[in-house]
Write a protein that binds this ligand. Structure first.
Ligand code: ADE
Length: 225
């Protein structure tokens, strides 16, 4: 079973995303296990402090080294991780290749940051990989962690059936997916492309490939380079 632990100071943000649809089913089928670990109990002192002022001033609050280090050390006593991933806007940008690659691992530990980031020494000594979900800043790593879990979870063998197979997703062959239609065949004079109703499997496949290519050329020419 694939296992993902997520360290967070806002575990409530992660109560919803994994309890529905495909990721819920993956867990019910015993193919995936996701656990959210609250960092707060690892905080320092009476107030369980997890952040502090930045040395050198400015920059706002920084997440402290001890709570995170203690939490990671504790988790590592029970499990060995293939990757310890920090979600951060300055990480490598997530794409389908990275999702595919990570789906072949077994145990991941994800660390969600907050405030102005985490003490750099955590990144140097504990983190094996840093991932961003795009060039914009979220208020914390939790939503990014949810994106990562979802994009990995759906790739695990047995999670999707043939019809929803991840092999036909956009990006799997560096092409965007073709347009899709369902009933009714005509709505308000707007007809579905005739070829799709022809039953001509080979021609339909060709048409879909043409559409994928066209769509990629106009919307994401960078994928074709
Ligand atoms: N934390 C804050 N912003 C983020 C982003 N864009 N990707 C990953 N983690 C983040």
């Amino acid at each position: 079973m694939y296992h993902i632990d997520i360290i967070s100071i806002q575990p409530q943000l992660l109560t919803g995303p994994f309890d529905h649809s495909i990721i819920k089913r993956a867990q019910q089928k015993g193919l995936l296990e996701v656990k959210v670990i609250d960092l707060r109990p690892y905080g320092s002192g009476k107030h369980k402090q997890v952040d502090d002022y930045a040395f050198g001033g400015g920059a706002g609050m920084v997440m402290k080294i001890e709570p995170i280090a203690n939490c990671i050390e504790e988790l590592k006593k029970h499990r060995s991780y293939d990757e310890v991933i920090y979600l951060t806007p300055d990480g490598e940008q997530l794409n389908q290749n990275i999702c595919n690659e990570l789906s072949l691992k077994k145990n991941l530990l994800l660390l969600c940051g907050h405030y102005k980031g985490i003490d750099e020494r955590i990144r140097e000594h504990f983190i094996t990989r840093e991932i961003s979900i795009g060039d914009y800043v979220l208020s914390g790593g939790e939503l990014a962690a949810a994106v990562l879990v979802d994009s990995i979870g759906r790739l695990l063998p047995g999670v999707l059936n043939d019809e929803t197979s991840a092999l036909t997703d956009s990006f799997q062959d560096n092409l965007l997916a073709p347009p899709v239609y369902t009933r009714p065949a005509v709505y308000n004079d707007w007809a579905v492309p005739e070829i799709l109703l022809s039953g001509h499997e080979r021609k339909i496949k060709d048409w879909q490939y043409e559409q994928s290519l066209e769509r990629t050329k106009t919307r994401r020419p960078d994928l074709l380079e």
